[in-house]
Design a protein around this ligand. Structure first.
Ligand SMILES: Nc1ncnc2c1ncn2[C@@H]1O[C@H](COP(=O)(O)OP(=O)(O)OP(=O)(O)O)[C@@H](O)[C@H]1O
Ligand SMILES: [Mg+2]
Length: 170
């Protein structure tokens, strides 16, 4: 079950790769364009799996592969998805030279792996997701919303992904 430390933070465990994708897809279903989703987590923590689910929720049909070498992949679904990977970026200036801000402040959805490398360039309103490797198949996922827009997104995600089905009154 997910727990909420405060209204802006959601903390839960994914027990499998498939569950991480499904949860990513739930978030993807809610996206309306213009969201910025920052992903932080060690190699193999599940960032790309989360993005693959997110893309599915956005009805992207093309296969989503890691943009580690190309830095940005663009996909077309209900909204344009920019999958950005900052693993190879060591200086924020390099990312800015690539036109990062055009993506971050555009109409598409931006999801960024290794976002801590460009944290200073993020819009104030964004969703920050940290993934922790617990064991072979378990990942702790902590989502934190900064700003009103992503606060509403996180609240809706919480309802969609974790709400108990309504019970009929006895
Ligand atoms: N609960 C889980 N959630 C996500 N991935 C899992 C889980 N359990 C096991 N895995 C495995 O962990 C790996 C996650 O790989 P993924 O490419 O998503 O990581 P990443 O964080 O994007 O790494 P990188 O920093 O190299 O881009 C996959 O091999 C996947 O099968
Ligand atoms: Mg990855």
């Amino acid at each position: 079950m997910a727990s909420i430390f405060d209204q802006r933070t959601l903390d839960f465990i994914s027990h499998s790769e498939a569950q991480t994708r499904r949860l990513g897809a739930r978030l993807g279903e809610l996206l309306q364009g213009g969201e910025v989703i920052a992903l932080q987590g060690a190699l193999g923590s599940g960032k790309t799996r989360w993005v693959q689910g997110l893309a599915q929720g956005l009805q992207v049909h093309a296969p989503v592969t890691s943009p580690t070498f190309t830095l940005i992949h663009e996909y077309h679904g209900r909204h344009t998805l920019y999958h950005i990977d900052m693993y190879r970026i060591t200086q924020l200036a390099e990312a800015l030279d690539l036109g990062l801000e055009d993506y971050l402040y555009g109409d598409g959805v931006c999801v960024i792996e290794w976002a801590e490398r460009i944290a200073a360039a993020l819009p104030r309103d964004h969703l920050w997701i940290t993934l922790y490797h617990l064991d072979e198949t378990k990942r702790r996922i902590v989502m934190h919303a900064a700003g009103e827009r992503h606060f509403r997104l996180l609240r809706d995600f919480h309802r969609l992904a974790f709400a108990m089905p309504a019970r009929n009154p006895a």
